[in-house]
Write a protein of this length. Sequence first.
Length: 414
Amino acid sequence: MAATEERATTNQTPVTLDDITATGPGTLGGRLLRMYWQPVSRVVDLAAGRAKPVRIMSEDFTLYRGVSGTPHVVAFRCAHRGTQLSTGWVEGDDLRCFYHGWKYDGSGQCIEQPAELEPFCNRIKIRSYPTQEYLGLIFAYFGEGEAPPIRRFPDFEQPGVLSAGVPEYWPCNFFNRIDNASDGAHVPWTHRESSMRVAAAAGRTYVPRPSLPRIAEETEYGVRNGVVSNGEVTFTTHFHMPNTNQTLSSTRVEGTMQDAANLATHRLFWRLPVDDEHTVSFVVDWLPMTGEAAEAYLGRRKHAEESQDAPLGEIADGILAGRLSMPEVDHSLSTYKLFFIEDYVAQVGQGTVANRHEDRPGNSDRGVLLVRQIWQRELTALAEGQPLKRWRTPAGLMAEATAKSAVYGLGGAS
Ligand code: FES
Ligand SMILES: [Fe+2]
């Protein structure tokens, strides 16, 4: 039995840094993540009448969209003799098994057993999970009991360009990516090459700005990170407990290099374990554009997404293996893709499951440490059966970041 599973059942405390990386069923981290609706797919990646397998937090599920357009998440395997349900047929809002044709409705209730002369459907029900669409993603609730209302991000519901980016699958633990959420200090270095290319496209020379003192504070939604300049605090990024990061990026923009030079994107990332050694990141971008400008930008964005199918993970692996360096990476790639490679190199480069015990953190890491502390505190409360903090995301967080961008011209972390 894994250490965290043991802890979950024996109430041992305190929770350590090792507990925050295990998210399978029964682990403390897994129980915490399952208390929240989590994304399982982009809306555009699931056509009506299609089914596909999804793996989240070391568990497999079946995601399908009924002919009516309604998405459903049910168990991975058929109750009859266990074949994979995603290989079957969507019929109306139901799903028929590929092997012997048992049919289930969206609640997981078996409603047909065509090979049985005396069907016993009423005794067969597989698990199903509440499912809904929000911000261009399909979310499901994997927790116990009745699902809470989905966490809303009011700023991202405003009129504007809303676009879900291609999900990023990386071979590392999800907490490598959570650690990066409050890590503004990595931007000038990890994203140095991107910044140089954007500056060149704008006819400027990139000069990393001098470091500013950083602050981090716990809020009603998680952690707010800022910098201090001339005695004034400006907030730059927001981390929403337990696994969502919010940034304003003035460098990482999907589209042309001119888009990267001229636009800024508000962004949410959900960092979600596929299993404890693989992570998927679902990304939602929002830009304050409407009408013709929005249409034109979406066209350029679509072109950038479709015309470049470079194997970004392989390029990043090549850098980690010493076969090439970041300046040698294809200059036709958008900064959106370059950021993927740069962040992958830094975060996968920490090791599949980063060894945090040997870290030597400094002042610039205080946001990173605060997020870890909050995670440990919440997992401790969970282990002891104490109430957890109820997180809430207010409107207005984008405006803080926008003011920051206008005043300081700082790129957001990602
Ligand atoms: S395994 Fe699904 S109907 Fe037999
Ligand atoms: Fe980054």
